[in-house]
Design a protein around this ligand. Structure first.
Ligand SMILES: Cc1cc2nc3c(=O)[nH]c(=O)nc-3n(C[C@H](O)[C@H](O)[C@H](O)COP(=O)(O)O)c2cc1C
Length: 205
């Protein structure tokens, strides 16, 4: 079937809908739950759904800071961050950690989470999260539009230098994605998803 009844629009001119569908379409997205520590020792935790993995060897993950936020400022100072898996049991705490609070407020305390010392980087990981990646900044890129105009968004890319996985998520040595209960972000002000159907499909030879 070819779709011919389309709502088509130029984003620069507005979407003409009650809600911008963009991030509902590119979804559900994994969440980059990022902990950082400033040079002075201030700890920060915040979720970023413009997040993904970009490379296997070395493993590289990245997230976009829309505007200059505390996480970005800390990473610029120290070159380090930790990615923590946001899970269904930790959904409320993840949400609490996004509150726009002054820079000296520690979101670990705000959300009732336990900071646990990392091995290779200074920012702590979320002790309650079953998976964490310790990361070192590899590239920091300010985004630009097609016309070259600078955008107030920074893409933070980091090499994963240490990985922690709760052994309970390793079934005969295989990481069980569903058992990790990741939460995923949809669109609108409040849409989240949990995992549903899993299906297998091999690449063509
Ligand atoms: C699920 C979720 C996803 C979010 N994704 C992003 C994102 O991709 N980029 C961004 O700049 N802010 C995102 N935010 C908002 C930030 O978490 C929020 O601005 C936070 O206060 C930033 O913290 P900081 O200033 O302490 O670094 C998201 C919030 C939530 C709850």
């Amino acid at each position: 079937m070819i779709h011919d009844d389309l709502h088509s629009y130029e984003p620069r001119g507005g979407h003409g809908l009650p809600h911008d569908p963009f991030n509902a379409i590119v979804g559900p997205r994994p969440i980059g739950w990022v902990s950082t520590r400033s040079r002075a020792g201030q700890v920060n935790l915040a979720p970023y759904s413009f997040f993904n993995a970009f490379n296997y060897v070395p493993p590289i993950v990245g997230f976009a800071s829309i505007g200059r936020k505390d996480s970005l400022a800390h990473i610029e100072e120290t070159g380090e961050f930790v990615w923590n898996l946001a899970t269904r049991p930790l959904a409320e705490q993840m949400n609490a950690s996004c509150a726009a609070v002054p820079r000296d407020v520690n979101e670990f305390e705000l959300a009732g989470l336990t900071p646990v010392a990392s091995q290779r980087v200074a920012p702590p990981r979320v002790g309650e999260s079953p998976v964490a990646f310790e990361c070192k900044l590899s590239q920091l890129i300010q985004l630009q539009a097609a016309d070259g105009q600078a955008v107030d968004t920074w893409l933070v890319l980091g090499e994963v230098v240490q990985i922690h996985i709760a052994r309970s998520l390793l079934v005969n040595g295989i990481y069980d994605t569903a058992a990790g209960q990741p939460i995923l972000r949809g669109g609108g002000p409040a849409d989240y998803f949990a995992l549903g159907e899993k299906f297998l499909m091999r690449r063509p030879r």
